[in-house]
Design a protein around this ligand. Structure first.
Ligand SMILES: [Zn+2]
Length: 250
């Protein structure tokens, strides 16, 4: 399985999937992990099975809605055991997951938004968050950190990896949107490689995480819009979703 593996500390397995591998047919072709994009559910189930084999546990995904709701996951939740079933958080969705249970891996699905993996290895707490422009500005990172702290994590010991996402080079937005986002997070405004207004989502994530007290933030992978090894919604729809995955090891 082709993954960008990341080191988030002892007792933690973490990484970002690529498009390569998997059994999904065109136009998804590859390792599409999303049930909501029109792909064959049997193909997605097979791809999720491959991911679970790498993680060593079933992978739980939230039904992401660009919000700030965080759910706690443990192995009493049977959802991931049937990968054809809907993802969790059906009543209103959820964009972040936290767990202290090695019996489940946590996943976040993206195609341009930032997949955020978090771990506090000493306390044994892991988390994921889906951070696009809307969720980032609404506070999804602060929300997942609060839930991790509630589960016993020390924020200054939390290690974070930001995976492949739309880069400032290509993530073009209207000038008014750039100005509005920049008023809230100073590192978001950027310029595309052709000189028009854009946003640097991963710089914005890093700023918010640092402000919340996180010391270790690594950035993994490049710009999804220009990298055919990643799925990208901006590059063309319909498309699949790749995943960030984190699991506490027993
Ligand atoms: Zn780019």
């Amino acid at each position: 399985m082709h993954l960008l593996e990341v080191d988030l500390g002892r007792r933690v397995r973490a990484g970002f999937t690529r498009r390569a591998g998997g059994v999904s047919a065109s136009p998804y072709d590859g390792l599409d992990l999303a049930l909501h994009v029109g792909d064959d559910p049997e193909a997605v189930a097979a791809n999720r099975g491959e991911l679970a084999a790498w993680a060593g546990a079933p992978v739980v995904f939230g039904r992401q809605v660009h919000g700030v709701r965080v759910l706690r996951v443990d192995s009493t939740d049977q959802t991931p055991l049937d990968p054809r079933r809907e993802d969790i958080g059906l009543d209103g969705g959820c964009d972040a997951l936290v767990s202290v249970d090695p019996g489940r891996a946590l996943g976040v699905l993206v195609a341009d938004c930032v997949p955020v993996l978090l771990a506090e290895p000493r306390a044994g707490v892991v988390g994921v968050a889906h951070a696009g422009r809307v969720g980032l500005l609404a506070g999804v990172l602060e929300a997942v950190l609060a839930e991790m702290a509630h589960a016993g994590a020390r924020i200054d010991l939390v290690q974070v990896a930001l995976g492949p996402a739309a880069g400032p080079c290509c993530y073009e937005v209207p000038e008014s949107m750039r100005a509005e986002a920049g008023a809230q997070i100073g590192s978001l405004p950027a310029r595309t490689s052709w000189g028009t207004p854009s946003l640097d989502l991963r710089a914005g994530c890093r700023e918010r995480l640092r402000a919340a007290g996180v010391a270790s933030v690594q950035v993994v992978g490049g710009c999804t819009i220009e990298d055919p090894a990643s799925y990208s919604y901006r590059r063309g729809s319909p498309t699949g979703r790749f995943a960030g995955v984190v699991r506490l090891l027993p």
